[in-house]
Design a protein around this ligand. Structure first.
Ligand code: ADP
Length: 423
């Protein structure tokens, strides 16, 4: 199999989100954590490389993205997708524009599109302005983001200082006239030297038009949603064979561990729901961990029946989190919890757990690292943006699901397990 679309994502949960949407097509999608050190041997039709470049220095983000591009080209890809956040998270220096321009240069192409819209999640673009729900981006909570505060809602104005070539707009009135009209507008803009085109989208049907018009561009850029219709486009035009390998659902052992390090409002509800079912659960206290280490938790876990999917969690309400952070520092408390949950993941795997459910973005990063996971095949979706994945850890194939912050419904932990039973 050669890769049909090579994707580069600027963070891990963004990569999972994109991979999950592509896998809705039923075609095999593979996610790599970082640029693989080995050349591709068994590439999937859709390859997604997760970088950690959103807030990295521009030079680093560009270099990593170029390395990812090279690997994807070696996998046979001729079309590429640069995925960033649907709220266009970036600073005035970059990294969205500089990475796009570097990739365009390497690919020898003189135009790309920018479409971070995700209408189902309330991200829409009209006349080049990005809205979060009913609010313009710069009036949304994103204005106060600690790392990438967004002080402007106009994507063209945001992009201009990040790139060297002209920026333009294909507006909603053009998109509403269909794929041919949009393709003609892009060609007209190209003839005027416009290299970077922001494209409006306010509904899923707009995304279908954009994907249809842009499916053969060497480089598309955007949020995950505009890539969602691409597999269907490639199947329809024969770029992707109907015999392309499908999403896999290997039969794995039923021993399960649930690990929760997220303290989001939804994860608090999910932990409450799961413990109310009488499932054995161990609550980690960061202060006790700082004093006595993780042994108590590991001893508890060693006695549990993994067939009933016990839970180890640090999830707590904001007051308890603050109390721990005041004593240990924000990073200190986080690291202690992440290290303990990672040790629990490894211990459970070594005792036969083949299903691992993790809540928390940073927590997921720490647990995958501890499990030595570098490649995941995307499986069935449990909740929007949260698929089951299959990967290798310690010589075993395991199912792993990584849920960030507020994703999933209140019953997520039990739903995730039920989902595997019915595959
Ligand atoms: P989310 O996806 O909800 O943002 P993350 O895992 O990314 O979750 O971030 C949660 C952070 O909070 C992690 O670093 C985790 O170790 C830390 N943490 C978890 N529980 C506690 C707690 N009780 N006190 C302080 N920090 C905690």
């Amino acid at each position: 199999m050669t890769t049909v679309l090579g994707c580069i994502a600027d963070d891990f949960t963004g990569a999972t989100d994109l991979a999950g949407l592509l896998a809705r097509s039923g075609v095999r999608v593979s996610l790599r954590i970082g640029v693989p050190s080995e050349p591709p041997t068994d590439p999937a039709a859709f390859e997604v490389i997760a970088l950690k470049s959103r807030t990295a220095p521009v030079v680093e983000a560009v270099a990593e993205s170029r390395a990812a591009l090279k690997w994807l080209q070696a996998a046979g890809a001729q079309r590429f997708f640069w995925k960033y956040c649907s709220t266009f998270d970036s600073t005035a220096e970059g990294n969205i524009g500089p990475v796009a321009e570097a990739l365009m240069q390497d690919l020898g192409t003189d135009q790309t599109i920018y479409c971070p819209a995700f209408p189902e999640n309330g991200r829409s673009i009209f006349m080049g302005n990005l809205f979060v729900g009913c609010q313009p981006l710069a009036e949304s909570p994103m204005k106060d983001h600690p790392l990438t505060p967004m002080g402007d809602s106009d994507l063209m104005r945001l992009l201009k200082p990040q790139v060297t070539k002209p920026v333009g707009l294909a507006d909603r009135l053009t998109v509403a006239r269909g794929a041919r009209a949009l393709a003609a507008e892009l060609a007209a803009l190209k003839s005027r030297g416009v290299a970077h085109v922001v494209v409006d989208a306010v509904a899923n049907s707009d995304l279908e038009v954009i994907a249809e018009a842009c499916r053969n561009m060497k480089l598309m850029t955007g949020g995950s949603a505009v890539a969602m219709p691409l597999p269907a486009c490639y199947l329809a035009d024969g770029t992707l064979s109907p015999d392309a390998p499908k999403v896999r659902t290997p039969k794995l052992g039923t021993k399960t561990i649930v690990l929760s390090g997220s303290c989001s409002a939804m994860t608090n509800k999910q932990v409450a729901d799961y413990t109310s079912r009488g499932v054995p659960a161990f609550q980690l206290d960061p202060l006790a961990l700082a004093e006595n280490g993780p042994q108590k938790a590991l001893d508890w876990l060693a006695k549990q029946d993994l067939e009933v999917a016990p839970l180890v969690y640090a999830t707590a309400n904001p007051a308890s989190v603050r109390a721990a952070q005041e004593k240990l520092g924000v990073a200190g408390a986080g690291e202690i919890v992440e290290a303990t949950l990672s040790a629990c993941a490894v211990a459970a795997r070594d005792r036969g757990a083949r299903r691992v459910i993790v809540a928390g973005g940073e927590t997921s990063g720490a647990v995958t690292k501890a499990l030595g996971v570098t490649q995941l095949d995307i499986g069935a979706e449990i909740a929007p943006g949260v698929p089951w994945t299959y990967c290798h850890s310690g010589g075993h194939e395991i199912a792993l699901t990584l849920k960030s912050g507020n994703f999933g419904s209140e019953t997520f932990f039990s739903e995730a397990q039920t989902k595997l039973e019915f595959l």
